[in-house]
Design a protein around this ligand. Structure first.
Ligand code: 13P
Ligand code: SF4
Length: 350
């Protein structure tokens, strides 16, 4: 990265000292991650944000829904900064509050809203988390989805899972032993989700029709092809991948899990990893004694994660030094209150 920008970021961070805390998601660029005080998956970063009440500013190098969650979990006085406001998440955008409210009305009309527990993936807007908190549900991440579903099934007969159909299906079928037929797909663009009253009543998992465009690019043939090309390769994927990809893989887990698995792997072992490219590259560079490759031949970054680059980080830090708060992320108090109920419920899962 540009030495001048590195020097400016270093100087600005030194001037701010303990007043600033920089969080970096594992999908961030190397040029950004070098300035993170802590790196992590979504769950770890949420916990870290909540555990830093002394930092005046939290600079969140990640995407919008993560910064919103950090604002909800920090104190009133703390400010959360997202270095580029265009760093959104296409999956989170697939569930809008009016669509979810209309789905809930449909469930009420067929008499099952009372026995349904809403569960939302962290990758959703604060509005959606607020909806889930108001209706007795819980937030989950890729590292605790199974525990969140267990919690939900102790409280209701079915789950409305938002917005990632793949994490929902993979967790329900592969981790909890539900039948694939127990899951139905709710399409927010069709009246009644495109489902009959009978389907809604009989389903155990109502999966929202959302997905991650990055992880959606891995296919069963990506797995088959790498197995042919590299005999003995271990296939390690994120649970946002499609069901057939996860089924064909050797291991599945969150970004934090992927990192610890590679760290523990023996020298000489070969790994094809199905997750975002910045992370796979960093792992390959950090472990030259292991053969680490991207699962697919066509490489793919998360374009919104990548919007946070060193120029944006330098700008944010220098603004803070100058006494201005750039790109502050705030959630309105009513939404924040209810979203916090659902987030606290996640943090309290056994
Ligand atoms: P985790 O880091 O929690 O595994 O999530 C991955 C992701 O897609 C974040 O957007
Ligand atoms: Fe969203 Fe997928 Fe990017 Fe994660 S990797 S931020 S789920 S688009």
């Amino acid at each position: 990265s540009d030495p001048n920008l590195v020097a400016r970021a270093t100087a600005a961070k030194a001037k701010l000292g303990q007043r600033v805390f920089v969080l970096g998601h594992h999908y961030q660029r190397d040029e950004v991650i070098q300035f993170a005080d802590v790196t992590g998956d979504s769950f770890k970063l949420a916990r870290e944000a909540a555990a830093r009440p002394d930092a005046e500013y939290i600079v969140f190098c990640g995407v919008h829904f993560m910064a919103e969650s950090a604002d909800i979990l920090t104190t009133e006085a703390q400010r959360v900064v997202l270095p580029d406001l265009a760093a959104g998440c296409s999956m989170a955008d697939m569930a809008a509050l009016p669509q979810v409210e209309s789905a809930w009305e449909t469930l009420a009309e067929v008499g099952v809203a009372d026995s349904t527990v809403p569960v939302t993936y962290m990758n959703s807007s604060a509005d959606i988390k607020g909806f889930v908190g108001r209706n007795g549900g819980v937030v989950c991440t890729s590292s605790n989805a199974e525990r969140a579903l267990q919690w939900a099934f102790e409280r209701g007969q079915r789950v409305l899972f938002l917005p990632d159909q793949h994490l929902g299906r993979n967790t329900a079928v592969l981790k909890m032993g539900l039948d694939a037929d127990d899951c139905v797909l709710y399409d927010p663009h069709k009246p009644g989700g495109g489902l009959t009253a009978k389907q809604l009543r009989e389903a155990k998992m109502i999966l929202w029709r959302g997905h991650c465009s990055v992880h959606g690019r891995f296919t069963l043939s990506s797995v088959e092809e790498v197995r042919m090309r590299v005999p003995g390769v271990n296939v390690l994927v994120h649970p946002e991948c499609r069901y057939d990809v996860v089924t064909a893989a050797d291991q599945v887990g969150s970004t934090e899990y992927i990192i610890s698995t590679i760290e523990a792997a023996p020298a000489g072992s070969a790994w094809a990893i199905g997750t975002e490219l910045n992370l796979v590259r960093r792992l390959a560079n950090a472990h030259p004694d292991k053969q680490i490759m991207f699962l697919d031949r066509a490489v793919c970054y998360c374009s919104t994660m990548n919007r946070i680059d060193l120029p944006h980080l330098v700008w944010s830090l220098e603004e803070l030094v100058a006494g201005r708060v750039p790109n502050q992320i705030t959630v309105d108090p009513d939404t924040a209150y209810h979203a916090r109920v659902a987030l606290d419920q996640m943090l309290a899962l056994p």
